[in-house]
Write a protein that binds this ligand. Structure first.
Ligand code: 5MY
Ligand code: ATP
Length: 414
């Protein structure tokens, strides 16, 4: 197991030198704004807990998440190109965390305030800020996309009642439940466009994300998050021009969709019975060990290389592959675009490639994947419930309303 690093450089763990960057359900990110040039462009990822929770923090959770990202998810995505930013375990203390919590509170979105920084954690993650310019003073546009599911399931375990899952993509089914069927709040985005590999459809997906970004799209300019309504038109012109080319050339979405689909061979409808029978036989279930994740990923890659089918097919392996697929359905993509040349810097571990804009200008772009955490095996029953609720909710929406926002996988309506 990796040892955590202690920042012993004077004053770096001074809460006033860190600013709120962003957060999801499980983590809060803070970025360094102090004088130490070595830490410019660094983020600390801190775990969250429910307010008033008595849940105990475990060192293993953080260290395993790092190893999971680097040893399990990175090789699945690519064995030769680094796509997941480096993560270093970092010792943090209660005083720093308490001060940071107070300082960032005003910048946090209300809807996220039911959870807070876990001030009992002793280790956090030091990582690279994908929105930071490689060279001081260089202009950078970063786009964050949470692409979600890139395939339509066709598992034989899907029942007749939920057959719609084999026609309409999961995001287009789910968006009705998320918006509580208010048409004005419905996302216009369909992942099937983004994942299509065709630049015109990718452009359509980007247009939709710009109009209804929700939690699927964010723009950062020179490291700061900018509301889509405040982004200058010329920035959107650059994004709309270059992003489809970057995404289709990088191949990362193609690989993501491939993995999501093949690892989820059974669908949750086939996985829940395996989970239940596993529980019946073993009486208890524990979170998988890192060694088990490594083995399942390794076997998957070997079978893929040799063009063999999925194996092994014992209950546990099917469940683990399903959970890997769940991780890959929930990642975010960062595309960073810069004009001009690069000079080497400490965190340029992810390659930049060159692209031409419509006007013939050359830009450099980098594609990274973040949020590759393990999904808990104990979520399987609630994943099943959510799956069934999404379908039930969708089928109860008036068909004429649904037809206004058709899934591009099934353009003639359901
Ligand atoms: O189930 P989904 O597709 O709604 O995904 C959840 C996400 O909702 P989204 O639809 O992206 O708004 C959800 O994102 P938000 O908190 O809604 O931004 C989480 O990522 C959640 O993961 P976890 O349970 O915290 O590990 C995600 O849960 P799982 O990936 O564990 O299902
Ligand atoms: N390496 C990074 N560079 C720049 N911004 C980042 C980076 N990592 C995270 N962020 C920002 O912080 C936000 C939350 O990060 P992250 O997705 O890791 O949180 P999470 O709680 O695990 O998310 P989820 O709700 O999906 O579980 C991201 O949406 C992004 O805006």
């Amino acid at each position: 197991m990796a040892q955590a690093t202690t920042i012993d450089e004077q004053g770096v763990l001074d809460a006033t030198q860190w600013k709120y960057k962003g957060e999801g359900n499980a983590n809060i990110l803070i970025s360094y704004h102090g004088p130490n040039s070595h830490f410019i462009g660094s983020l600390i990822r801190l775990s969250k807990v429910d307010k008033h929770s008595s849940q105990k923090w475990h060192e293993r959770q953080v260290l395993d998440n790092i190893a999971f990202a680097q040893d399990v998810i990175q090789p699945l995505l690519s064995t030769d190109v680094r796509i997941i930013p480096q993560m270093i375990p970092l010792n943090v203390d209660r005083q720093f965390l308490t001060e940071v919590s107070e300082l960032i509170e005003p910048f946090r979105p209300e809807k996220r305030k039911n959870r807070m920084i876990d001030i009992s954690q002793e280790i956090a993650i030091l990582t690279s800020d994908m929105t930071a310019a490689p060279n001081e003073g260089q202009s950078i546009i970063s786009v964050e996309i949470k692409p979600k599911w890139g395939f339509i399931p066709n598992s034989t375990y899907i029942s007749e009642n939920t057959e719609v899952k084999t026609k309409i993509c999961r995001f287009c089914l789910h968006k009705w439940m998320k918006s509580k069927s208010h048409v004005d709040d419905i996302s216009l985005y369909c992942p099937m466009d983004l994942y299509s590999g065709e630049t015109s459809r990718i452009a359509r997906a980007i247009d939709a994300l710009i109009v209804t970004p929700q939690n699927n799209f964010r723009v950062f300019i020179d490291g700061s998050s900018v509301d889509v309504n405040d982004v200058a038109p010329e920035i959107f012109e650059t994004i709309k021009d270059i992003l489809p080319k970057i995404l289709s050339k990088s191949g990362v979405l193609k690989r993501l969709a491939q993995l999501q689909a093949s690892l989820d061979s059974h669908d949750i409808e086939g996985v829940l019975p395996l989970y239940n029978s596993f529980l019946d036989n073993c009486k208890t279930i524990e979170e998988p060990e890192l060694s088990e994740w490594r083995l399942v990923a390794k076997a998957f890659l070997e079978n893929e290389k040799e063009r063999r089918g999925l194996a092994p097919n014992d209950h546990k392996s099917v469940i683990l592959r399903y959970l890997l697929s769940m991780t890959l359905k929930d990642v975010s993509l960062f595309v960073s675009i810069i004009k001009g040349d690069l000079s080497p810097r400490f965190d340029s571990e992810i390659n930049f490639s060159e692209y031409s804009s419509l006007s013939g200008n050359k830009v450099k772009a980098q594609v990274a994947i973040i949020d590759t955490d393990r999904k808990s095996i104990f979520n399987i029953p609630s994943n099943y419930k959510k799956d069934q609720d999404i379908v039930e909710n969708y089928l109860n929406v008036d068909k004429s309303l649904r037809d206004i926002h058709q899934c591009t996988a099934y353009p003639n309506g359901s």
